[in-house]
Design a binder for this molecule. Structure first.
Ligand SMILES: C[S@@+](CC[C@H](N)C(=O)[O-])C[C@H]1O[C@@H](n2cnc3c(N)ncnc32)[C@H](O)[C@@H]1O
Length: 338
């Protein structure tokens, strides 16, 4: 069995919905794709992926037998769920996509007066395993790792795929491969990245803005062309009459701390017509030294249930989780079947 990484098993349907959506658009078809959820917990990640990749072959592994039991109950009919051993992970591969979300970390603890996260050797071994099982041209999605993927030896064999649709939901403490603390994650008020910030620790100058933002890494070796997912613009939207408009500005509350910090500032405006919502979002990452590390402008159009879910959320009528359940056409859970 592989050693245990993250001990917390929290997950929910619709988590990382934007990341999965962008991922879907890197592949012209989902027919014949093979996808592994490494650290699938109780199966909601696979449940969500199934909605976007209905024809793909799905796999999930976890360290914890109880999580596996619940995962089999939820998605056992559409995915192979297995115990996380090196042999099993290899035997079910190779994969076109490996999802490794909120797994490559340990809740930080104090060791000899210093913060410590995942064991760097363990992190390295698991990344090596995923690298060995990913097809050429395949994509690794990593959310929340204690050590940036860039610092692994195999990273030279990968191209980060960036998209302004993604805000980089990395809210954990970040270390280098020597165990030196680069920055501390500070919890915010929500489940998405922009509600969090990081405080600079002794080695923050070795961190790059992309270390906190990148989630998709494409393995070299395929001749297939991958187009960047820059935005989603539906023609004619601007010519339709708007019936309601709104805007939101997000600025984190900066608590008093002498350390430098990095955070994101976001301005969103939306116009709703009868059948869709047109959203424009500007994002700026303010780096530890006060400079602007990156800016993104995104323009998207939501239609149907997604548009309804958005309006429900911004007007405070229903929680985004309930709306996402509707978006995924959630079915009742099945009885566990092992
Ligand atoms: C926070 S959950 C993440 C669930 C899901 N990936 C998500 O993002 O919603 C972390 C999961 O990683 C699992 N895990 C820990 N060590 C593992 C290992 N060596 N192999 C596979 N899964 C592991 C835990 O049991 C837990 O269910």
């Amino acid at each position: 069995m592989l050693p245990q990484l993250q001990t917390n098993n929290s997950t929910f349907a619709g988590r990382y919905w934007s990341e999965y959506n962008v991922l879907r658009r890197y592949f012209p078809t989902d027919r014949g794709l093979s996808i592994l959820s490494f650290g699938c917990s109780t199966g909601e990640e696979i449940y969500t992926i199934k909605a976007l990749f209905p024809q793909a072959e799905l796999f999930g592994c976890d360290h914890d037998w109880y999580n596996l039991r619940l995962a089999r109950g939820l998605v056992g009919s559409c995915a192979s769920i297995f115990h996380s051993t090196e042999a099993e992970v290899i035997a079910h591969g190779p994969y076109d996509i490996i999802l490794c979300n909120s797994v490559l970390l340990r809740p930080s603890t104090m060791v000899n007066g210093r913060k410590s996260g995942i064991d760097p050797q363990l992190w390295s071994d698991i990344v090596n395993l995923m690298h060995a099982c990913l097809k050429p041209g395949g994509i690794l999605q990593i959310v929340n790792s204690n050590i940036p993927f860039r610092m692994h030896g195999v990273a030279d064999d990968y191209e980060p795929l960036r998209s302004p649709l993604l805000l980089g939901p990395n809210f954990v403490d970040v270390f280098d491969t020597e165990g030196r603390l680069l920055c501390s994650g500070v919890n915010g008020a929500g489940v998405t990245a922009h509600c969090f910030r990081h405080l600079g620790e002794e080695g923050w100058r070795d961190l790059r803005p992309t270390d906190l933002d990148d989630v998709h890494f494409r393995k070299n070796g395929s001749t297939a062309i991958v187009h960047p997912v820059l935005d989603e613009k539906i023609p004619n939207v601007a010519t339709k009459p708007g019936y309601a408009t709104g805007s939101t500005t997000y600025r984190p509350v900066l608590t008093k701390d002498n350390r430098p910090s990095t955070h994101q500032e976001i301005d969103v405006s939306w116009t709703a017509s009868v059948s869709d919502v047109h959203i424009t979002r500007s994002t700026r990452r303010v780096w530890f030294d006060g400079t602007t590390a990156s800016t993104f402008e995104t323009s998207i159009c939501l239609t149907g249930v997604a548009a309804g879910a958005y309006l429900e959320t911004v007007t405070g009528r229903e929680s985004s989780r309930l709306a996402l359940a509707a978006l995924l056409d959630a079915a009742p859970r099945q009885t566990p079947n092992i």
